[in-house]
Design a protein around this ligand. Structure first.
Ligand code: ASP
Length: 315
């Protein structure tokens, strides 16, 4: 059996306390060996750990970090049966979505996970999350990038951090989990046993210097804020978070001229709902009537994490 490769990038899972708060800590391999009971270690075997030189709190993650993780998977792809990416929870959903866009489907399992409480502390959820990620990776049912957390296996492109203190911190509001870790692993009908994924080399893109703006609309928003999102330098796309079914304040002249500017300058504008769940239905209400004409694209039911990472990688 080929081993699993555990790629440790930072995050609470390996953090230690310090006088200024939790900081990423080195030595994941030793931490796993010291913390997990023998029976759990035996279940995890065979595995190897690669630890990134610069471990981060994932709040500091940037698009180039997504690429570094994908490059690590690419370089090691032939030698492992699957990959577990240990990551901070704060931007874990962005990284899972980004890896999905970078690596595609029909691949060896890539499972992103982490924990709410550091592995070195009592009551930590780290060991369970790690073991469940390993079980999912070895199940023969996963051939894509997924996020596994607190017993739920979510598609990498539809996961969201939905709670900052509950152990069950992730969900995919518009899609049922692909599987749950109960006494046994329970897969939904959509996940068929995967055929052996072909060995491959990934063609990873290089990222340009352009940025993606996210504009959260609200009653009272200033023209300055709208203009900063649309007119700033090197903006390649704007994700506009609108009300309900994708309704913008259609009588705001600044927003309308910003949208016209975007259309004239080939800046992609995506219309995404601020609602937790559901899909944009652009133009249902008269206030959003001009959006189609202005070239605004509906995000439908995609998550912000999915859309932002897609725009950075594929646009
Ligand atoms: N701030 C941490 C991080 O995202 C939170 C966590 O891992 O749970 O790295």
């Amino acid at each position: 059996m080929q081993p699993l490769l555990i790629i440790y990038t930072g995050g609470t899972i390996g953090m230690r306390t310090s006088s200024i708060g939790y900081l990423p800590g080195e030595g994941m391999q030793a931490l796993i060996e010291e913390t997990l009971p023998a029976v759990a270690l035996a279940q995890l075997q065979p595995y190897q750990v690669i630890e990134f030189e610069h471990l981060i709190d994932s709040s500091n993650a940037q698009p180039y970090h997504w690429l570094e993780i994908a490059q690590c998977i690419n370089q090691n792809y032939a030698h492992y049966s699957g990959f577990i990416v240990l990551h901070g929870t704060d931007t874990m959903a962005y990284t899972a979505a980004a890896l999905h866009h970078l690596l595609g489907k029909n691949i060896k399992p890539v499972i992103v996970t982490g924990s709410q409480i550091p592995m070195c502390e009592a009551r930590s959820d780290a060991a369970n999350n790690l073991l469940e990620a390993a079980l999912f990776a070895r199940s023969g049912r996963v051939s894509q990038v997924c996020l596994s957390f607190a017993g739920k296996l979510l598609s990498g492109s539809s996961a969201k951090k939905v709670h900052c203190s509950a152990m069950s911190a992730f969900d995919s509001p518009n899609h049922a989990p692909l599987a749950r870790a109960k006494i046994r692993l329970i897969f939904t009908d959509q996940t068929q046993p995967s055929s052996k994924p072909p060995s491959k080399t990934f063609n990873l893109p290089s990222l340009d210097d352009k940025t993606v703006s996210v504009l959260y609309l609200y009653p009272g928003i200033s023209d300055a804020l709208i203009n900063a999102a649309f007119l700033g330098q090197d903006i390649k796309a704007v994700v506009m978070l609108t009300y309900g079914a994708g309704n913008p304040p259609g009588e705001n002249p600044c927003l309308i001229s910003a949208l016209e500017h975007a259309q004239q300058h080939n800046i992609t504008v995506i219309n995404m709902t601020q609602c937790y769940a559901g899909a944009v239905s652009q133009g249902t209400y008269a206030v959003g009537g001009r959006l189609d004409e202005l070239g605004v694209i509906s995000a439908l039911d995609r998550t912000l994490e999915d859309v932002v990472s897609d725009l950075y990688i594929n646009h």
